[in-house]
Design a protein around this ligand. Sequence first.
Ligand SMILES: [Zn+2]
Length: 255
Amino acid sequence: MIAPRSRFLISRLDAGSSSAFLVYSDVVNWIVLQEGSDLTLIDGGYPGQAADVVESIRHIGGRPEDIRGALLTHAHVDHLGGLVSLSEKYGFDVYMDPVEVAHAKREYLHQAGPGDIVPLAYQPRVLRWLSKVIPLGALSRKPIADAKPFPEPLDLPGAPTPVAAHGHTDGHSAFLVADGAALVSGDALISGHPISKIDGPQFVADCFQHDKATARRTVESFTRLDATVLFPGHGPRHDGSVAAAAQRALELPGR
Ligand SMILES: [Zn+2]
């Protein structure tokens, strides 16, 4: 399914009475879960992608007014940014791992800054990436002021289930969706990135990892999952055993 102007691609996975959609853009992904007319949004792109998030929702026949709540994998600007304005405009709550709440409120910021990126900026792919993401608001530090921890129980359309996936940030979370068939992995396990030289399951570049050892243990835990589809935070949908995808990332050179 190709959206108008091709700023994103939508891929669908049906499970019982609900559907999960991966919305893939060339800089970051987000996920929409649809159950009847009710929606759950997982992540929301860069600040400058909020209108694309709305457009992707309309493209699947939904309305942003029907977002019952949003989930955040982690509080980096490429995942949180669009949710800042969308949650204000449409009045939905944004839930996350309790450890990530203070990060989303910007009580602190664990994110690669210019000092981490400049040493890489001689690479044409890094320059190309910066020239795309800075106009999308990559330098914004706006918080989700009323970020909330997952409620007990977490009862959102599409029945997403959090999977603790710490390391990339201290409170990073993944989610099982589509009755456990798909893992929304955020940046714990990705399938490509504009600054990566390789395709397929992999870790994000070290400069973006807050705690590399914990991030590795998280991917080791993914080798015990039964999911058969990966909806990553960056890169295209990956079909096939998530456990095998995780194993492949662990075996890449330099890991
Ligand atoms: Zn990211």
